[in-house]
Design a protein around this ligand. Structure first.
Ligand code: ADP
Length: 449
């Protein structure tokens, strides 16, 4: 491309230089001709044949290298001064001059030199009394053009070399991060996602691409490790009831047992299987939720749903010596999935019952003027320490002391997912030994249907 551009540019410069110089030579010959005509010795309307061109009046022109020739109307040379006075006479231009047309022509005297000749009629009182020819060598013009050509022949390859070299260096510099990206991408596998590009210094397209790539890797790594953690936690949780069942079975099988002992063993086994069932259900729910988000949404009467749930959980609360109160506004509607919502609220109220020794649980629901429905479930239980508060929504996270109570640490993470699927938010406030309150915010559904 560069070669083509340089050749086109060079040709343009050469041609315009040639044309410009030629025109200026022609102009100067024309001007000198008018000077020479003024110097021609004319007497009584005729050219003085013996001394048609007085030397004194043409000295200046001769000094500039012009050759001047005076011819009679029949083409004979009357007088000529200057270096090319013997130059052959071109008859066409003489004929043109006799027809009152001034003309230029170029005559080659050898391989190296050409002469530019201007032929014009000398007119006195409307009649042609002679012909004048003024000529100049084109040697300087050719010399200048040759020098220009030489300069171009040297500078064009030089420029090409410089361009190619610097282009190569620039391209290599600009593309080297891409090379790095490729190499890093090749190093990455699902086992090791820790590789990063770390091109933080450059704020150009490549730098931004590298940053995006790095943050995508971080997200992937986080996702993968969460997934791995989940699998290992899940297997761990599954192992505990299975090991317990195995122990019960092997102890019972150890020797002959009484029917009462078999019954106790069966009861223990039943307890463990129900634990296993609950855990598998939670796991299944999470696995499904991850791959298949809730799809069927409808208008849900939240007031009814919360009232019904409180009623059905009241016996459980009372059997634990707790009061369950409700303070639920009427006609609270949201756009949602009632099965998922029931699951979320059951989890929260169930937790409140599990983690409260005495006192009360209050289910409260109201809507503010901005159409935000706030549901709070508060208890007077053991509370959650600040350091655990940020983690309780993580999968399998359980506050240590609560290991004694039943549960797998999946409940709150399921609640959070359900709330998020309903475009809501969940927060928690808690004071140790005083109680905890879970707040859920949803946007109300005002539509008639
Ligand atoms: P779990 O199956 O252990 O109840 P969750 O995800 O429901 O799992 O809860 C996570 C942890 O948060 C629990 O182990 C418990 O320590 C704490 N927690 C949840 N709800 C309450 C509550 N109302 N009061 C005190 N602690 C709570």
């Amino acid at each position: 491309m560069m070669l083509i551009v340089l050749i086109l540019f060079g040709t343009f410069v050469y041609v315009s230089m040639w044309q410009g110089l030629s025109t200026s030579i022609d102009d100067s010959i024309k001007f000198s001709t008018s000077q020479a005509i003024a110097a021609v010795n004319i007497e009584n309307g005729q050219i003085n044949f013996s001394d048609s061109l007085p030397e004194s009046s043409t000295a200046d022109l001769r000094e500039k290298g012009f050759t001047i020739r005076i011819l009679s109307t029949n083409g004979n040379i009357l007088q000529s001064v200057g270096p090319f006075h013997n130059l052959i006479i071109d008859h066409t231009s003489i004929q043109n001059a006799l027809n009152r047309i001034s003309s230029f022509n170029t005559i080659k005297i050898n391989d190296l030199e050409s002469i530019r000749v201007y032929t014009a009629p000398i007119i006195e009182n409307q009649t042609i009394i002679g012909i004048i020819q003024v000529m100049q060598s084109l040697a300087t013009l050719h010399e200048t053009l040759d020098r220009l050509l030489l300069m171009m022949l040297i500078s064009i390859p030089l420029l090409l070399l410089i361009t190619a070299f610097s282009g190569y260096i620039l391209a290599a510099r600009a593309l080297s991060p891409i090379d790095q990206i490729t190499k890093t991408a090749q190093r990455i596998s699902t086992e090791d996602l820790s590789a990063r590009l770390n091109l933080h210094n450059s704020d150009d397209e490549i730098g931004r691409l590298a940053n995006t790539f790095d943050s995508m890797l971080s997200r992937l790594e986080e996702g993968f490790s969460r997934e791995r953690q989940f699998t290992s936690d899940a297997s761990h949780e599954l192992r505990t009831p299975l090991a317990a069942m195995q122990a019960i079975l092997s102890v019972t099988r150890g020797k002959q047992r009484s029917p009462e002992e078999y019954e106790t063993a069966m009861d223990d086994l039943m307890e463990e299987t129900s634990r296993l069932r609950a855990l598998t259900e939670d796991l299944l729910y999470i696995a499904r939720g991850d791959s298949r988000p809730i799809t069927s949404y409808e208008k849900v009467d939240l007031s009814n749903l919360l009232n019904d749930m409180s009623e059905s959980l009241r016996p459980l609360a009372e059997s634990n010596g707790l009061l369950l109160k409700q303070n639920i506004q009427n006609k609270l509607y949201i756009f949602g999935n009632s099965d998922a919502l029931i699951r979320a609220f059951v989890n929260l109220i169930d937790n409140a019952i599990k983690y409260t020794e005495h006192g009360e649980i209050i289910v409260d629901a109201k809507k503010n003027e901005k159409n935000i429905i706030e549901i709070s479930i508060s208890d007077t239980g053991r509370g959650i320490d600040q350091e655990h508060l940020t983690h309780i929504f993580d999968r399998f996270y359980r506050v240590d002391e609560s290991r004694t109570t039943q549960g797998f640490g999946l409940g709150l993470s399921i609640v959070q997912e359900i709330v998020k699927a309903h475009k809501g938010t969940i927060t928690v406030t808690s004071q140790i030994q005083k109680g905890s309150t879970f707040h859920i915010f949803f946007t109300g559904d005002d539509k008639e249907k």
